[in-house]
Design a protein around this ligand. Structure first.
Ligand SMILES: *Cc1c(COP(=O)(O)O)cnc(C)c1O
Length: 400
């Protein structure tokens, strides 16, 4: 049956693509070796550097985020290399499995799926590795299966404290352009990102931001690589070009997204907007008397909130009811959290009324699905939104 009105896509990626970005993509595909393309290539590469907060190289692949994961590994490592990873959730586990498949020897520190990476544990593991067999530390900034962030700057300090030379790689696929991130300042060697979450684009582009140290490592790394080779990409991108056909129309969309994020709203305001919507969401969850998966408030995600179902209640059934009745997609429970937790995406092109619609759909869905809860989550979120200032600019003008 037809659902009137707009679909609510409240999964933590892909996110809602603004009309403006769709319109920007709706243009003729041009010669990717010509001067018009060159201007496009140079514009998006320069803009992306500002989003990663780096003055070093950024590489764009026509691929989903998984491709950029693979590129990070095959460009920097050799068969049999040890890498240190932490089981923060589903996505960390997928990256770990990829490392195994590619012939690396990942060490996986077990986790409870409710905490980020523990910097103290990282230091301890690296100190044990006196022979420096561990070649890389790989973490997920925002674990999209749990709504838990890792404090990346502190993991950097943990590596430094151990005086260990391992490369540092970070997956920011669901945090870049939603949660503050500083590739250069935090001393990250390879940052992995994707187009379909904070950047508000359709799926199909992914990124590596690369340090000088990672580039140096790539010269002697022996994992086979061809499509993912940084060398070919960097040779072209110095002048705004690509070694093989780029996803031209997605790059039009990226140029528009960068204008919106960097020129019109400003990254710091984007981060503040996400923090505010995340806290409003948590206000609602607490009022419903449901449990947030993330146990440490210092690790709350600004881009999504994962919520545990009361014992004996199915999140799959609950999400089915919400989709059927309100035409809203919520995120599912992944692997260990399957049928145990649902996820509310509040990232990307999102505002107060979209959030209120989302939370109202959840509160009505809880009632319809017979999930035990307290009423008043929507009211609690609304009260918070009313009290919390909107943007960094507002805060500044209030402070002045
Ligand atoms: C979405 C996501 C991925 C997977 O990206 P794809 O684009 O689906 O390949 C990996 N890591 C994290 C943290 C994600 O959120």
């Amino acid at each position: 049956m037809r659902h009137a009105g707009r679909h609510f896509l409240q999964i933590p990626g892909p996110t809602n693509v603004p009309e403006r970005i769709l319109r920007a993509m709706d243009n003729p595909t041009i010669d990717h070796r010509g001067p018009e393309f060159q201007r496009l290539g140079q514009a998006v590469l320069a803009g992306l550097k500002r989003v990663f907060k780096t003055s070093q190289d950024v590489i764009i692949f026509p691929a989903s985020g998984t491709g950029a994961w693979e590129a990070a590994l095959v460009n920097t490592l050799s068969p049999g290399d040890r890498v240190l990873m932490v089981e923060t959730g589903h996505f960390a586990t997928l990256w770990f499995n990829m490392a195994k498949r590619l012939g690396l020897e990942p060490v996986f520190v077990p986790g409870d799926w409710r905490h980020g990476v523990d910097p103290v544990e990282v230091t301890a593991r690296l100190v044990e590795d006196g022979a420096h067999e561990i070649k890389a530390v790989m973490v997920v900034h925002n674990e999209t299966s749990t709504g838990v962030t890792t404090r990346v700057a502190e993991v950097r300090k943990a590596i430094d404290r151990a005086r260990h030379p391992a490369l540092f790689m970070v997956d920011t696929i669901s945090s870049l352009a939603s949660i503050d991130y500083c590739h250069d300042e935090w001393g990250v060697d390879v940052t992995v990102a994707g187009s379909q979450k904070g950047l508000m684009l359709p799926p199909g582009l992914s990124f590596n931001a690369v340090s000088e140290k990672a580039l140096a490592a790539s010269k002697s790394a022996r994992l086979p690589r061809s499509y993912w080779s940084w060398d070919d990409m960097l040779a072209g991108s110095k002048s705004g070009f690509f070694p093989y056909t780029p996803a031209t129309n997605l790059l039009y969309g990226l140029r528009e997204a960068l204008r919106m994020l960097l020129e019109e709203e400003g990254l710091e305001n984007v981060f503040q907007r996400h923090r505010r919507h995340a806290e409003a969401t948590r206000c609602a969850v607490r009022a419903w008397n449901l449990e947030i998966v993330c146990l440490n408030p210092a690790e709350y995600s600004s881009s999504l909130t994962a919520v545990l179902m009361p014992e004996g209640h199915s999140e799959i059934h609950f999400r089915d009811v919400v989709l059927d009745r309100f035409n809203m997609s919520l995120g599912s429970g992944l692997t260990r959290l399957r049928d145990k937790a649902f996820r509310i995406g509040h990232l990307g092109d999102f505002n107060d009324l979209m959030l209120m619609g989302t939370l109202a759909g959840i509160e009505m869905g809880l009632e319809l699905a017979g999930v035990p809860h307290q009423k008043g989550g929507v009211d609690a979120a609304m009260a918070y939104l009313g009290s919390a200032s909107e943007t960094a600019r507002d805060r500044r003008s209030k402070a002045a």
